[in-house]
Each structure stands twice: as structure tokens, then as C-alpha cells.
Ligand binder design. Structure first.
Ligand SMILES: [Zn+2]
Length: 1025
């Protein structure tokens, strides 16, 4: 999965980005996207018992299993105790975070510093996961996904590190996974065939036809073609290469598709030998399991077998330039953006050595002040004058390279405006060096840090591992970086002692900094063709140098690899949990239902660290047809236009000062029992410290009563930004768009999802963004807002601490009293309109990508249906087959199936070089199940796999949300869990026949380049975009 590597600890605390859970686990190298946190929740209590025990047991200087304790520190604001140790004989570094959190995390990381663009660290990351000494079966990592109840398993490559993290709540599972991970990294088999499969190889296009031409294949090779097809990622990559060119950041660590074929198997093994060594390793453990057990296991089984080496992986500082530099690159045309405004431009500045923790913290704050929200100076000077459609990729502070960087720029820029952007950036810094920032802005940023410390996240230990990894990797002190309160206090002191503190930073780091790199990128008509031409040329060169002997070997290797992929695997060497480890009962969530002035409210008392969580759904079923397409547009702008006496800037500032953000999104929820009904609406949500509760509700009241939908210029800016973000997401989330589109004709819920957030909505936003006069649209939005924003069709959920219960409800009642409308006593569920008729439809959506996203869908059943569990299990079971066909044999980045109760059963592929072949694999998966080619173990594994998401931990702020948002009671949930646990192999065959093979209706969608096979296929329609 796309990872995003982080920008310093501030990011951990402030940013929320959802990671989806799809069966395309593993890596990638997103260079500078912000970190995705896991969509799972866990709860950690306030006082740490684990910490007390650990302090008593691990005094500084003591030794345990070959480790010496170097440091023990309480970090009270995060309710944790950090223990830093060193492995005496190898020098391996170890950080343990003791915290009363049952969701334990493990991570082992290495500093990986490639000096070429062959993608060696990335290919190595893939290849070590293909089998090891103790676990010789292929891909033990993937196999463990089905033998564990982990809440997270992945591996990721960054520009100078590779990490292998996992999380789980089960002690046995923890030990199992740790064993598989450690064996993978320290004793991998690194077979030549695995290198060919995961990295690159020459192979006959049709592996069984000796006369078919030789082509490049390989998982990483294809993955990186996908990455390079995404102009956003290309731009980020080239920007980092350009501003930090002299050492490891000057190369493409994920691999440039044109350089990957230079990598040899030997080089890969050599790279492993000195990078994946304990002397170059950092171990991290987190949670409430005993540290001494971890230490003895790691030492006894692995570290004691090694002696110290000098890995020579230090990354030097980038030498400073005396003069700024500039460069230009080409990219492909974006069919979703307006044709005359497709340039990107950014200026990137080299800043400090990352080991300076406090300065890193200051720059993180400065980065937010400069870039974040509509009050940010660059928002005002670049986005508001509409010099571009949104910030360029990589914009903001990046605190995870040896020298940190700050980047500011725009995408969607007209040719004529490129120079204006440059001038505007310089002028903005000049102005700020005189004026500094308003006090309220600084307070708002500090408030958001304070709030985010208290806001308990799902996967705290994992988030910490990932945010510390980049700086720890560069020998910055990870324990010191956790002292957020000290940093805040020191920052305040600096500001008090020197009112020009930030102005001076701006002069030093930006105005007087000659180490800055300006990159521009423009679309080129022949970009894709040229790139393909270069690949073809490389292929011709490779092939023409082959001897007959080489060719024979290639043929044989192709056959061996195919054979290996076909072979039935014995995976009995791998440890596993049992289905009996899954409880048949659940711990109920305590909620009460009350009615306040006629509005239904679900209340849950939880240990929320003094934060109140507010959630509401506003029913949209009565909104007239002509306003329906505007519902998502309203969601996109609702909290960003200003309200009452506050213009959008002041409004945003108040939001930042008082809350953790006001969120709005669309919801479409199928009725859990009756297939003919669903709920459609918008969800609004926010959280705040209890003493700011009144302020938070006052802000919502302003939106409901005095929303300012009159500023056309502002509206235009927002529409452009939304359209750009959606268009950018297509190449990244193409499988989701394909799944939604293919499901849209099979069931009503998917049909509406397609309208509100699928390709249809993407095209609609594009149309809006190109309109000359948005006045009439704004008029309609006002009408929609008037109809929707009241307590008439509202239902609410509130989570807060028991001691604040009464006060919170009183405050909320005050809010309701300010709202218009009389609550309607009606069901939130609309009956599916009779004009929806399921029908078969298959569309090929043509986009100029070099890779495809394929999907096929069938109508599913509702949540409470007796077959819902079997269908869910079927999707997981099929993953086994599809992964092999689509990824291992087909070379796609990923592929699988997903079953959404109340929605559809969908197949998908992700970044896929194939199209019709993959569609055929979807059908073959059905046949594979019908022929009974799976066994009891496969079914048990599928059950464990499904329960990873079914039983994912939930944070105190989100407890009860399954009941509130999905209308699934604990009783329904218990029944659903049991239907999954009780599924028998014959049930899987039956549901595959009934709902898939014998389905009367199916949907298909392929997003990808022009495709003659489908053009000539009478069952497919081609849509040019
Ligand atoms: Zn990868």
C-alpha cells in the first residue's frame, strides 16, 4: 500500500489521513505524502501501570539478554515510559515504549542508503519477504496475513530507511509475527527466482510461447512504472533529487523503471549483507507486553549469532550552494485538468541537520504557519489569486531527511503565470520577515498540538514507530523528540524573549538561503510515447546482447518460475493462531439513547482524556432531485466559506483555536436488515477539549444559521481545489473508482456512491471547475443549505467522559435551541426508488495511464442476511487465488475481492499491466472455488483474515460508531460474527454459485489506456475521457 513517510513528530500529532485496508499489503515508496494512520482504533488508559513496572525493572546500566539499559524516561504528556537499550556485542539500537495499551507494536528498521536508481532497497524489501531459513515457503509475510489477528502488517521503503512494522493485541500472535519478521530480515533466502519475480526479469510475453517476444516483467518494475505515471509522485521525487543531490537523496530509492534492469542479483545480496545487519538495525517495541521477553527472544534467536561490523551507512550533510539552481521536467497530460493550466512549479529550500530536535520542532510549526489553512500567508498569496489550482506536491516542511527541507509551490499553473508564482513566493517571505505572524495564528497551531496529544488514536504505537523511524534512523535522539511539552515551553520562551524570533528564522532560512531549488514541470504531448520508446530501446539493447545460451536460460527460468508459482505450497512451517482463539462473544459497548427537543441522541461515557466527540447525520432523502448532485459539493465547502461575522479566514482561525477541526462528508448506509432501504445524508463531526465545548457548538450554530454562501471568488477557488484533489486521486485510488463504477448498476447503494464520490462526481467537479460563471450554482447551494441545515432531520452521537456527561448534554441542548426546524419523527431510511433497476453494464474508461485498474461486481446481500458472513469470507478466500494470478503471475501491484454488506461483491486489480487477462482471472477465481480447490486450512485462514478487520480495536472517541453510523447493534454484530465463524466449506461453494456465477446482473469497469481487445468486445463499451 502506498505509504507516506512523515515529516517529523509534529505530523504524528496533527494529521489524520485514512489508510484503507485492502489486501494489497506492503510497501511503496510514497516520497513525501503525509503519513497514513491506520483506520483502526485502540484505547489506552490514562495512567500507565506498564510504565511503573518497567521503571522498577530496568535501571540504567543494568544488562538483560545481551542488552544494556542506556536511558529510561517518563513522558507524562503521552502517558508512556521510554527505555533505550543497546545490544552490547552488535551495537544494535533498541527503543521500548511501555504504555498501558493492549495494541502492541513491533518494528525493525535499517538505514538503507542506495547510491543508484536501481531501486535496490525497494526490491530487497520485497525479496526478503519471499522466504527465509526457518520459514522457507514463498511469501511467508503474505501467508501470515491469514494466520494472525494483527491489526497492521507492512513493510516500507523510504529514501534512507526500510522498516518492517506490525501491531497485534495477542501475545502469541506477537511472538509468531516477530519470529517471521526477524527471520525474514536476518536470514532471507534471497533466491534468484524471487529476485526475478519481485525485481525485474526478461521473459517471453507469453511465458509458454517461445516465439513470443521478450519483455520486461517484475513486481517492482511495474509498481514503479505506476509511480512514475503519477505526475504528482514524479514531481516529488525529482524535487528531492534536485535539492539534495550529492548523496543518497539524489537517486530514486524506489527504482527508476529505466534503471531497475541494471540491478543484478549479486548486488542485491551484497546490499543485504551490509545494510540488514544488527549493527545497522533499530528495534522498536511498544505496549503492555513484557520487555524482557522481547529482549531474550531477539538476542537468543538472532543477535547473538552476529558480531559487530561498521555498516558505513552514515548520510552526510548536503554541501551548501552559493547560488540557487533551477530545472525543468516533462510529464504526461492530465485529462482531468484544464488543458491550458497544467504546469507545476515549486521552490525547495535546504534547511537544518535533522538531529537538532528543537529547531526541527520550530520549523514544523513555522511550516504550518506558512502553509496550513486559509490564514496561511502562502494560501493568501498563491491560492487566492488563483495562480494555480492547489499547492504542488511536497509543499510544506519535511523533517525526515539528513538536511530537512521546506517546499512551496503550485500545480495547475498557466504558462504565463509561472514567473508570477516565483515572484509571489519571494514577496511573501519578504513581507513576513517584517511582519511575522499574528499571535492568534501561533496560538492556534500550539492548540492543535495540545489537542492532538490528548486525542487518543487508533494505532498510537504504530504511528509513533513510523514518525520516529526517519529521524531515529539519522541518529537523532528519538526519546528527546517525544518531549513535546518541553518543546512547546521552550518555543513560548523564545517568542517572549525575542518578538522577532520567527522573522529572524524566515530571513535566515528563506531570504538569505542560497541553497534553493526551483523545479518546473509541464505536460508534453508525447511524454508517455517517449517514455515507452526509452523502455523499448533499453529492451532492444538488452535483448540484442543476449547469446543463444542466455536466451535458453531465460526460457528455462520463465518455465521454472511459472512452475514454482503453480506449485502447491507447504506452509506448515509457519506459526498460526487458531479460529478457536477468536471469542464468540463481544464486550458490549455501553450507550444510552435519549431525545433532546425531539432530536435522537446516542450518548456514550468513555475515558476520552477530557475530550468531547460530536457526530451528527443530517438526512438528505427529502432534498429535491435537482439539488442532489450538489450534496457532495456542499460538504466540500460547508466549513470553508465563513459564517456570521467571521469571514472564511477568521472562521478557520476560530476552528483551529477551539476544536480539532470541523469535518463534513457524505454518508450512504444500507439498511442492515431490509435490502430495499438505505440512509443517505451528510455527516458532520468534531472534537474539542471539554472547556471549549460551548465554543465548538457556537461555531456549528454559526454554520447552520448564518453560513456565508455569497463569495463567488472564494467558491471558485474551493471548487478548483476540490476538482484538482479528486483528479489527483484517480491514479492513486483507481481501483476504488473502478469498483464503485462497476458496482453502480448492480445495487442502489453503489449507484448513489458512484454519483457522490465516483468517476461521475469527479467529472461533475471538473465541469464545475471549468465554468465561467458559478453564480447559479452558488444560488442552488444556498437553497440546499437552507433545506438541510436545521434540526429537522438530524440524529446525533456524543462521546465524553462520565464526569462531564451532564455539562456536555446541557451545552448540546443549548446548541439545538439555536437551530431552526422541528425534528421529524421519521425513519432515517429511504425506500429505494422504483426507477433503479439492476442491470449489466461494462465500461472501459480510457485514461492515459500505462497501467490498468480492473473491476467486476455482483450484487451482495444485507448485513443481517445469513449469507453475509459467507460472502465476506469468500472474498478473503479468493484473495489467495487472485494474489497469485494477478500479482505473482500477472505482475500487478495487487488484486483481490471485497464484499460490502448491503452493497456489492467486487473484484479489483491495482496498477495492473494486464486487462482482459485479469478480467478472466476474476472468472477463474469463481471456478476455483466451485471446483472445491481449497481446504479446511484455507477456510480457517480466511476466518482469521476477516476477523482482523471485524475485531479491529476502537478508540474511546469512536466507541459506538458502528451502531450510530451503520445502525448495527451489538446483537446484530454478534450474530454476524457468528455467521462468519460458523461458515463451512460447502457454504462458500454455494454462495459463489448463487451470488456470482449464477448472478443475473454484473458490472464491469476498466480504468486504463486505450485497449483494442475491449473496443472489439461487444459486451464492453468504451468511454473516452
Ligand atoms: Zn513495492
Amino acid at each position: 500500500m502506498p505509504i507516506s513517510v512523515f515529516r517529523g513528530l509534529g505530523s504524528l500529532l496533527n494529521r489524520r489521513i485514512a489508510r484503507e485496508k485492502l489486501n494489497v499489503a506492503r510497501c511503496i515508496v510514497g516520497s513525501k505524502h503525509r503519513l497514513a494512520t491506520v483506520a483502526k482504533e485502540s484505547s489506552a488508559p490514562v495512567v500507565s501501570v506498564a510504565s511503573e513496572a518497567v521503571k522498577a525493572k530496568f535501571p540504567v546500566g543494568a544488562t538483560f539478554s545481551g542488552f544494556r539499559v542506556k536511558e529510561v524516561q517518563d513522558i507524562s504528556e503521552l502517558y508512556l515510559t521510554a527505555v533505550r537499550l543497546e545490544h552490547i556485542s552488535t551495537g544494535a539500537d533498541y527503543l521500548h515504549i511501555a504504555r498501558d495499551d493492549p495494541t502492541n507494536t513491533f518494528c525493525v528498521g535499517f538505514r538503507t542508503t542506495p547510491m543508484d536508481s536501481t531501486g535496490v532497497p525497494h526490491i530487497l524489501e520485497h525479496t526478503v519477504l519471499c522466504g527465509s531459513k526457518k520459514y522457507p515457503c514463498s511469501d511467508p509475510f503474505m501467508k501470515m496475513l491469514n494466520r494472525s489477528l494483527s491489526t497492521f502488517m507492512n513493510a516500507m521503503t523510504g529514501s534512507d530507511f526500510t522498516i518492517y512494522p506490525f501491531s497485534t493485541q495477542h501475545p502469541v500472535d506477537f511472538r509468531n509475527l516477530m519470529s517471521v519478521y526477524l527471520d525474514a530480515v536476518f536470514h532471507p533466502n534471497l533466491n534468484e527466482l524471487d529476485f526475478f519475480q519481485e525485481g525485474w526479469r526478461l521473459e517471453h510475453e507469453d511465458v509458454n510461447d517461445k516465439s513470443s517476444p521478450l519483455v520486461f516483467k517484475g513486481v517492482v518494475f511495474n509498481e514503479m512504472k505506476g509511480v512514475f505515471a503519477d505526475s504528482q509522485q514524479l514531481f516529488s521525487q525529482k524535487l528531492q533529487n534536485g535539492v539534495l543531490p550529492s548523496h543518497t537523496y539524489g537517486v530514486v530509492y524506489g527504482g527508476d523503471p529505466l534503471c531497475i534492469p541494471e540491478l543484478t542479483w549479486d548486488h542485491l545480496r551484497h546490499f543485504h549483507a551490509y545494510h540488514y545487519h544488527p549493527s545497522n538495525a533499530r528495534f522498536y517495541t511498544y505496549g503492555d507486553m513484557p520487555l524482557e521477553d522481547h529482549l531474550s527472544f531477539i538476542d537468543e534467536n538472532y543477535l547473538s549469532k552476529f558480531t559487530k561490523i561498521d555498516p558505513s551507512t552514515a548520510v552526510p550533510e548536503e554541501p551548501s550552494w552559493v547560488k540557487p539552481r533551477e530545472a525543468h521536467i516533462d510529464c504526461g497530460k492530465d485529462p482531468m485538468a484544464s488543458p491550458d493550466a497544467q504546469n507545476s512549479i515549486a521552490v525547495s529550500y535546504k534547511l537544518i541537520n535533522v538531529i537538532n530536535n528543537f529547531e526541527n520542532f520550530v520549523l514544523e510549526i513555522l511550516g504550518q504557519l506558512l502553509m496550513s489553512g486559509p490564514n496561511a500567508p502562502f494560501y493568501e498569496s498563491l491560492l487566492e489569486p488563483q495562480l494555480g489550482s492547489s499547492f504542488s506536491p511536497s509543499s510544506g516542511y519535511d523533517g525526515h531527511t539528513r538536511n530537512t527541507t521546506f517546499t512551496v509551490g503550485l500545480q495547475g499553473v498557466k504558462d504565463a503565470d509561472l514567473d508570477k508564482v516565483k515572484a509571489a513566493i519571494e514577496n511573501t517571505f519578504e513581507r513576513l520577515s517584517e511582519t511575522g505572524f499574528p499571535k492568534e495564528r501561533i496560538e492556534a497551531v500550539l492548540h492543535s498540538i495540545e489537542l492532538s496529544i490528548k486525542h487518543e488514536k487508533s494505532s498510537f504505537g504504530l504511528g509513533l514507530a513510523m514518525s520516529l523511524a526517519p529521524i531515529w534512523n539519522l541518529d537523532s535522539d528519538p526519546v528527546d523528540a517525544l518531549k513535546i511539552n518541553r518543546n512547546i515551553a521552550q518555543f513560548r520562551e523564545c517568542m517572549e524573549n525575542n518578538p522577532n524570533f520567527l522573522q529572524e528564522k524566515i530571513k535566515k532560512y528563506f531570504i538569505n538561503n542560497t541553497h534553493r531549488y526551483t523545479l518546473t514541470m509541464s505536460p508534453h504531448d508525447n511524454y508517455e510515447v517517449d517514455l515507452q520508446e526509452k523502455e523499448n530501446q533499453l529492451l532492444v539493447n538488452k535483448v540484442s546482447s543476449l547469446t543463444e545460451e542466455d536466451k535458453l536460460r531465460i526460457w528455462e527460468l520463465g518455465q521454472t518460475l511459472r512452475q514454482k508459482q503453480e506449485d502447491k505450497q507447504d506452509i506448515s512451517c509457519l506459526p498460526t493462531l487458531q479460529v478457536s482463539d477468536i471469542s464468540r462473544d463481544i464486550i458490549p459497548t455501553l450507550v444510552t439513547d435519549i431525545s433532546l427537543i425531539g432530536v435522537p441522541v446516542q450518548v456514550s461515557d468513555q475515558p476520552t482524556n477530557g475530550i468531547t466527540y460530536f457526530n451528527a447525520v443530517l438526512d438528505t432523502q427529502y432534498i429535491p432531485e435537482h439539488l442532489q448532485p450538489l450534496v457532495p459539493v456542499l460538504c466540500g465547502v460547508l466549513t470553508r466559506m465563513g459564517a456570521g461575522h467571521l469571514d472564511f479566514r477568521l472562521f478557520d482561525q476560530e476552528v483551529e483555536l477551539k476544536t480539532g477541526g470541523l469535518n463534513v462528508n457524505t454518508v450512504i448506509t444500507p439498511h442492515p436488515i431490509e435490502g430495499s432501504k438505505y440512509e443517505q445524508g451528510i455527516q458532520i463531526s468534531s472534537h474539542c477539549l471539554n472547556h471549549k465545548l460551548q465554543d465548538m457548538f457556537d461555531l456549528w450554530a454559526l454554520i447552520f444559521n448564518e453560513l456565508r454562501l455569497d463569495d463567488l471568488q472564494r467558491f471558485g477557488t474551493l471548487v478548483k481545489m476540490i476538482a484538482t484533489n479528486q483528479a489527483n486521486s484517480l491514479v492513486f485510488h483507481g481501483h476504488r473508482y473502478a469498483m464503485t463504477a462497476s458496482a453502480s448498476t448492480t445495487n442502489p447503494v453503489s449507484a448513489l456512491t458512484e454519483k457522490w464520490s465516483g468517476l461521475t462526481s469527479l467529472c461533475y467537479m471538473k465541469e464545475l471547475s471549468e465554468m465561467n460563471d458559478l453564480g447559479p450554482v452558488l444560488e442552488q447551494l444556498r437553497e440546499l443549505a437552507r433545506l438541510l441545515l436545521s434540526k429537522e432531520c438530524m440524529r446525533v452521537a456524543i462521546n465524553s467522559t462520565p464526569e462531564h456527561h451532564d455539562e456536555v448534554l446541557k451545552s448540546f441542548e443549548g446548541f439545538l435551541n439555536q437551530l431552526g426546524g422541528t425534528p421529524k419523527a421519521q425513519s432515517p431510511f429511504a425506500v429505494v426508488s422504483s426507477d433503479f433497476t439492476p442491470h449489466t453494464c461494462r465500461n472501459h474508461q480510457v485514461f492515459p495511464f500505462p497501467i490498468n485498474f480492473a473491476s467486476k461486481s455482483y450484487a451482495g446481500v444485507c448485513y443481517a442476511h445469513p449469507d453475509a458472513g459467507a460472502l465476506r469470507l469468500l472474498a478473503r478466500l479468493m484473495f489467495k487465488f487472485l494474489h497469485k494470478e494477478i500479482r505473482e503471475k500477472g505482475g500487478a501491484y495487487g488484486g483481490g475481492a471485497a464484499s460490502t454488506p448491503g452493497g456489492a461483491y467486487s473484484f479489483y486489480s491495482y496498477r495492473d499491466p494486464n486487462s482482459t487477462k485479469t478480467l478472466a482471472s476474476f472468472d477463474a477465481a469463481i471456478e476455483w472455488v466451485l471446483s472445491g480447490s481449497f481446504n479446511e486450512t484455507d477456510v480457517s485462514e480466511a476466518k482469521l483474515g476477516v476477523f482482523q478487520s471485524v475485531d479491529a480495536p476502537v478508540s474511546p472517541g469512536s466507541k459506538g460508531s458502528r451502531r450510530f453510523l451503520s445502525h448495527i447493534s451489538d446483537e446484530l454484530f454478534t450474530d454476524h460474527r457468528r455467521t462468519i465463524l460458523d461458515v463451512q466449506p460447502q457454504d462458500l461453494i454455494r454462495v459463489a454459485r448463487t451470488y456470482l456465477r449464477d448472478a443475473s446482473v454484473e458490472g464491469g469497469c476498466l480504468i486504463g489506456p486505450k485497449n483494442e481487445d475491449l473496443e472489439n468486445d461487444p459486451f464492453w463499451s468504451t468511454v473516452y475521457n
